[in-house]
Design a protein around this ligand. Structure first.
Ligand code: SF4
Length: 424
């Protein structure tokens, strides 16, 4: 097996344009702030300029074939789709429908449910009828459940053809997927690799994971089926990253990224950010799920956080907050949390800066669309680094939230997710 080479991951993958600064020296900023009028944001003609991030952070996305999960394009340069998985009992229709609704509200684009038995499979038509997200049925071993799920109208099957005990059964599942026009996700998990691969490779190595995936894929290809996406998950970052890199060199199917069983909200988010961040920064990955031992809605929020950090998606508020120090004039921690919560409903890509003092605040956050910097007795509001006026401490949150909502309303829906490579 070839060693993966980092050669292609070079500076040429990234292109950053330097943007002329708009800030003054800290001394000048402080002097200017002191002379500013009390800010009245409702004054006529006080239009803010919509966000247009000047920094180009273009990633060379791996070229993959494109499949469609009921209208959500995966691969082929489409925006990296955000997935999650219900942790309800699928046969509990009320709970599952409720959770899918909350995931949709959070921005989830594809949702998966486990189908461990017939009771779960029988719930699928009702779940489909009452929800709007593309639905993936996750099935292990029992090909009859896959047939039931396809008949129920699910939008994708997650099943490994090598695990359903027989060529005829694989043919039946493939025929059903073809009849219903739905793709199949092959999902290899390091914890459930074939014994002969474990023996040959001495464990669940990245090479063993990839070979398992290739075996499953070849069973589909033998039947002329290519509407496939692949996941290769291990619970640690290193194996996962290497496995995806290897697979990315072998096939052109879209890749579903994830670090499986990554842990709690905190540890899982860190592992996912590192692992998925490495792969995405190399252009690998067409859809992702952040697996957390937490509310699935958290998975969606963390997924967008990762994608926004890499400028692959720009959905929602990006809060820039200073760590605060001995110069701090306002409660940055509290204000940041409150603003993130109060602006969670905003889809438009707006950067909001919360800076503890006016000495460095506007300069440090000059690329923010809207920001605040703590000052003596009052706080300074600024837009795109330009000082707008002063507000009382008690009014900071109210003013910021209102201005962001008004700015979001002015931004076009098209600017939320631009199409094309990198979805910048
Ligand atoms: S913005 Fe001000 S308070 Fe915040 S870290 Fe910088 S100097 Fe300290």
């Amino acid at each position: 097996m070839e060693e993966w080479s980092a050669q292609h991951f070079t500076d040429s993958v990234f292109h950053e344009k330097q943007v002329p600064g708009v800030g003054l020296s800290p001394r000048d900023q402080a002097a200017e702030a002191a002379s500013l009028p009390i800010w009245n944001p409702s004054e006529p003609g006080d239009d803010a300029v919509p966000c247009s991030d000047p920094v180009q952070f273009v990633l060379a996305r791996r070229k993959s074939r494109q499949i469609s999960v009921r209208g959500i394009k995966v691969g082929g340069g489409a925006p990296v789709a955000v997935q999650s998985m219900c942790n309800t009992l699928t046969h509990d229709i009320e709970a599952t429908v409720g959770q899918i609704g909350r995931l949709a509200e959070a921005g989830c684009e594809i949702v998966r449910v486990a189908v461990p038995d017939e009771r779960a499979a029988r719930a699928l038509p009702e779940i489909k009828r009452r929800t709007s997200l593309p639905l993936v049925a996750d099935i292990h071993f029992d090909y009859r459940l896959a047939l039931m799920a396809a008949d129920a109208g699910v939008d994708c099957l997650r099943i490994n053809p090598g695990n359903i005990n027989g060529e005829d059964r694989v043919s039946e599942v493939v025929a059903s997927a073809n009849d219903h026009g739905i793709p199949i996700r092959v999902g290899v998990n390091a914890g459930s690799l074939e014994k002969n691969l474990l023996d040959r490779y001495g464990g669940a190595t990245p090479q063993a994971i990839v070979e398992s995936g290739l075996r499953h894929i070849s069973m589909l290809e033998k039947r002329g089926f290519y509407e496939t996406k692949i996941s290769l998950k291990a619970s640690d970052v290193a194996r996962t990253v290497v496995a995806y890199r290897l697979m990315a060199e072998r096939v052109d199917y879209p890749l579903h990224l994830g670090i499986t069983e990554s842990g709690s909200l905190r540890t899982g988010s860190i592992k996912s950010a590192v692992g998925l961040g490495i792969l995405l920064s190399e252009g690998i990955g067409d859809t992702l799920r952040v697996s957390l031992a937490s509310d699935p809605v958290d998975e969606v929020s963390v997924a967008y956080g990762i994608l926004k950090s890499l400028r692959l998606r720009q959905k929602g508020i990006n809060v820039v907050a200073c760590p605060s120090c001995g110069r701090v004039q306002i409660d940055v921690d509290k204000l940041t949390l409150e603003i993130e919560k109060d602006l969670a409903h905003i889809d438009a890509p707006i950067t909001v800066a919360v800076m503890g003092c006016e000495v460095n605040g506007p300069g440090e956050a000059r690329e923010a669309d809207i920001g605040v910097a703590g000052g003596h007795r009052r706080a300074l509001i600024f837009m795109k680094g330009e000082k707008m006026g002063l507000v009382e401490y008690a009014d900071i949150k109210k003013n910021l939230v209102r201005e962001v909502e008004e700015l979001a309303a002015r931004m076009t829906v098209d600017s939320v997710d631009a199409p094309g490579d990198g979805d910048t």
